[in-house]
Design a protein around this ligand. Structure first.
Ligand code: PLP
Length: 441
């Protein structure tokens, strides 16, 4: 920790958090004040001397937080201010000249968000994190910050449909070319790279097919071809996969899902180096794609149980996938933890668990017979999204892909008899019993 960082931490009633090395109180003008998130590293702190790599729950509970907080509260306060006052003109000048890190205006950040960003960076094993109003705003601001007219991006085609839509319908209006190649076709990805390619993008696992990207191979293509890489690890989570350790440049999460975990907020996050994120931070400050202090608090709270929830999501996903794989009414199950899945070997090698999302096809069913199964379950609620404590079920045909033509659905691998079940944290025996009665009625 630098002397400058140390000096900005001093306050009468705050002592540094021994989990995250530091408790800065930074300002962050959109014109580039120091970055708080870079203090997320755990090295050199008292806890690191006990355990140099604290476990996910220790980080999720403690990282990024001051050990002693305002009014001695154990939880972080929610600062609802849209603006922050200066004692006098000299304070304004000190701030602008970056001599006094502090808050200035709500569009550039707020104190709760600084804590959350340090926690997310620590959980992901990255240097810095940025929090956004949603997963989509994280992606949009990143792409707008990094790309110019004439630039190109290449992405694996199994992806969240709004990410695809933003690239193909909107980036194209600004002269950015996007090329889609089949998921996990590394030769096709290499072939699609041109001297104008700036970014390679994929989800892992993909949604809803659960294909698993070989992250080291993906990162290696980027390194060899001098192109940055982005993994949307929303389904993977920092518990199950480690993209940065594999050499990926940017990790994105829809924190609306497993990170928040309670189906009660929208948020997005990007994790990378401080330097990589600086232009993104500045553009976030201009666009206002920041999250609210209330949501930020909810996300911080949700994260405290992240590892416990992930363990249950993983357990439920596997139990449900195994049950479905053996059921005569089920034609096919997409789940990376099943030996029948084409990416089982890579998943087994690179994932700690396989997540809560299970997609399956109902044998010989048309869309209405499939819908009847969705309508018959008693525990999962019919809704889009995933990663929350409540199980959610949907038929992609009538949810995210209803507006598509049959030809487009064929192209995206969306079948009429496809069901996507996002297992929550209920007891797996109950989820299995519920599916059984819905399939057998
Ligand atoms: N990435 C993936 C894989 C998603 O599934 C979603 C939303 O479903 C997003 C990004 C967008 O996230 P948000 O809904 O938080 O904007």
């Amino acid at each position: 920790m630098s002397a400058k960082q140390q000096s900005k931490n001093k306050s009468a009633d705050s002592e540094p958090n021994p989990i995250s090395s530091d408790s800065p109180q930074p300002g962050n003008r959109q014109n580039g004040a120091p970055d708080a998130s870079s203090d997320a590293a755990t090295a050199g702190s008292p806890i690191s001397s006990v355990n140099p790599s604290p476990g996910p729950s220790t980080l999720a509970v403690h990282a990024g937080e001051d050990r002693q907080k305002t009014c001695n509260s154990i939880t972080d306060p929610i600062f609802v201010a849209s603006t922050y006052t200066f004692a006098d003109t000299q304070s304004v000048i000190n701030y602008i000249e970056q001599k006094q890190p502090r808050e200035e205006y709500g569009r550039y950040g707020n104190p709760s968000e600084r804590v959350l960003e340090r926690k997310l960076a620590a959980l992901e094993g990255g240097e810095a994190a940025l929090v956004f109003s949603s997963g989509m705003s994280a992606l949009v601001v990143l792409l707008l910050a990094k790309l110019n007219a004439g630039d190109e991006v290449v992405f694996f085609d199994e992806c969240y449909h709004r990410s695809r839509e933003f690239c193909s319908k909107h980036l194209s209006r600004f002269g950015v070319v996007t090329r889609q190649v089949a998921a996990c076709d590394y030769a096709a990805m290499e072939a699609a790279i041109t001297p104008r390619t700036r970014l390679l993008i994929s989800e892992s696992p993909t949604n809803p097919h659960l294909s698993v990207v070989d992250l080291e191979r993906f990162a290696d293509i980027g390194r060899r071809r001098n192109v940055e890489t982005l993994i949307d690890a929303t389904l993977g989570t920092p518990y199950n996969i480690r993209p940065l350790a594999a050499g990926i440049d940017y990790v994105l999460h829809s924190a609306t899902k497993y990170l928040g975990g309670h189906n009660d907020l929208l948020a997005g996050t990007l994790i990378s180096t401080t330097k990589n994120l600086e232009p993104v931070r500045k553009l976030r400050g201009i666009t206002g794609a920041i999250n609210s202090p209330h949501n930020v608090y909810l996300l911080e709270r949700g994260l405290k149980t992240f590892e416990l929830r992930m363990q249950r999501h993983n357990e439920n996903g596997l139990a449900v996938a195994q049950f479905l794989a053996d059921h005569p009414r089920v034609e096919k199950v997409y789940y990376p933890g099943l030996p029948s899945h084409p990416y089982y070997e890579i998943a087994k090698r690179t994932m700690r668990g396989f997540g809560g999302l299970v997609t399956f096809l109902v044998r010989g069913a048309d869309w209405q017979q499939t819908a009847r199964i969705v309508d018959s379950v008693k525990i999962p609620r019919i809704a889009p999204s995933l990663g929350g404590v409540e199980s959610l079920i949907e038929q992609p045909l009538v949810m995210s892909y209803y507006e598509c033509t049959p030809e487009e659905r064929r192209q995206y691998g969306i079948h009429d008899n496809m069901i996507r079940l996002a297992c929550g944290i209920e007891n797996s025996a109950d989820l299995v019993a519920d599916l059984k009665q819905a399939l057998e009625r």
